[in-house]
Design a protein around this ligand. Structure first.
Ligand code: C2E
Ligand code: MG
Ligand code: MG
Length: 430
């Protein structure tokens, strides 16, 4: 238990399970309703990444105090880990729980000032009402409802129904992660990993680059990157897989060059790779083995990585630039982006997150933000790419405000290596 828990007297995970057991037994014995409210802060990782763990801790501490003031005497308060809180509320039915969840959401949204920063966090909240099941199942249902709230985009409250999403408490999550981890090892041993490539098209129709996106399949079963990348990151496997990816991507760039296409290959790099002192070595090895011109290789990094002040990351970024590869900022605009930070980032490309794209052209405010980001990026000498474009109207709006290039299903889905050359040839004929 860390100082935050000690300070506020919150129950930890095990304490929460024990208390939930006692309360469910009481609920069965006395026929009182019992509610579990599961609250998870939205994008808390981004706060930690962008402003550091001290700021993250300050926020948790402030929120914990607010929660305690708000529900004291009405509920047992538990902290389930980083940014997750559980409220066990005896004698509370669904409508009372919904009301309390609304109060908690508003409590979270009150601005928090840390130093000279003012943040307005939001939360995803799940509610489950005891239904004669055991305490673990009840908690699982609240957790699942919270995940469903998160999948709705966050900042919402979901009451437990029949969400088809596995909960993450205890066994379910551990089992799923272990099985993905084992599948990943099998994939590494049996050649089940490969890269697919998705073109990025300039406003004039030329192919600016292709993004390498990892695919994993074992015994004919495909596992999505959304599932296996986080597990690979958690287990450290991403370092090995990432090295492989750098090499494959660089070789693809060489192959395209030899086939007459001056098309860059953009390779995604995870935080775990960039904090490793081995990263520079792996990048050099990939460039040397593939014998590719470094300016045909681009590394896609999320914004928070550029803000990482650790020596290892700074050193790796410097070495990458010195080696001649270019850097791009991936998923820009999600989380707590700060436009002012852009001036310090040594990247040549800014990739606007799909979240801005899907609401176009109707959302005029989003369009105004895209326009401002594009202008600023241009003034800083960056190329602006919009990700995830599926409709012509989106593309028209994006090109209208000056976005330089488009990536999305509208032009092409990520495709296997074998299909890429054919696609490029066909496109050139048009
Ligand atoms: P990302 O780097 O932002 O990649 C773009 C994602 O958007 C890809 O998902 C791509 O298939 C998807 N996408 C592109 N156009 C559209 C569109 O028009 N509509 C929709 N709905 N989606 C579109 P994918 O391949 O599932 O990859 C998801 C994420 O996994 C990537 O996001 C990246 O963060 C990570 N990832 C993928 N490959 C690698 C890798 O080799 N290394 C690392 N570290 N991460 C990877
Ligand atoms: Mg990317
Ligand atoms: Mg992206």
């Amino acid at each position: 238990m860390n100082s935050i828990d000690t300070l506020t007297g919150f129950l930890d995970r095990m304490g929460c399970l024990h208390e939930a057991e006692a309360l469910t037994a009481d609920s069965v014995a006395n026929g009182h309703p019992l509610a579990v409210i599961w609250l998870d802060l939205d994008r808390f990782n981004k706060i930690n990444d962008s402003f550091g763990h001290l700021a993250g801790d300050e926020i948790i501490k402030e929120l914990a105090l607010r929660f305690r003031n708000r529900v004291s005497g009405r509920a047992e308060l538990c902290r389930m880990g980083g940014d997750e809180f559980v409220f066990l509320v005896p004698k509370c039915d669904l409508s009372q729980a919904q009301q309390l969840a609304g109060e908690l959401a508003r409590t979270v949204e009150d601005p928090i000032t840390i130093g000279n920063l003012t943040l307005r966090p939001t939360a995803s909240i799940g509610i489950a009402i005891h239904n004669c099941e055991d305490s673990l199942s009840l908690l699982e249902r609240a957790d699942r409802a919270m995940i469903a709230a998160k999948r709705k985009g966050g900042n919402s409250i979901v009451c437990s129904g029949e969400e088809p999403i596995p909960g993450r408490l205890g066994i379910t999550l551990a089992r799923e992660e272990l099985s993905i981890e084992s599948l990943l090892h099998t994939a590494l041993e049996t050649g089940g990993l490969c890269l697919h490539y998705q073109p990025i098209i300039r406003a004039n129709g030329e192919v600016e680059a292709v993004e390498a996106l990892m695919r994993c399949s074992v015994n004919g079963e495909n596992i999505s990157p959304g599932k296996f990348i986080p597990v690979a990151e958690k287990t450290g496997l991403i370092i090995r897989i990432g090295e492989w990816c750098l090499l494959q991507g660089a070789m693809q760039a060489r192959l395209l060059h030899d086939a007459g296409y001056h098309t860059k290959v953009a390779i995604n790099v995870s935080r775990a790779q960039l904090v490793s002192p081995k990263f520079t070595q792996a990048l050099h090895a990939a460039l040397i083995c593939s014998n590719v011109k470094p300016d045909l290789v681009e590394l896609e990094l999320t914004e928070s990585l550029f803000m990482d002040v650790s020596d290892a990351v700074q050193q790796n970024l410097k070495s990458a630039i010195a080696a001649g590869v270019s850097l791009s900022i991936d998923d820009f605009g999600t989380g707590y982006s700060c436009l002012a930070n852009l001036k310090d980032i040594p990247a040549k490309k800014l990739k606007l997150d799909r979240a801005f794209v899907t609401v176009l052209p109707e959302d005029r405010r989003a369009l105004a933000v895209v326009r401002a980001m594009t202008q600023l990026g241009h003034e800083l000498g960056m190329t602006i790419v919009a990700e995830g474009c599926e409709r012509q109207e989106e593309i028209n709006a994006l090109l209208d405000v000056g976005v330089d290039a488009i990536q999305g299903f509208f032009y092409a889905r990520p495709m296997a290596e074998e299909s890429l050359l054919t696609w490029l040839k066909t496109r050139n004929k048009k």
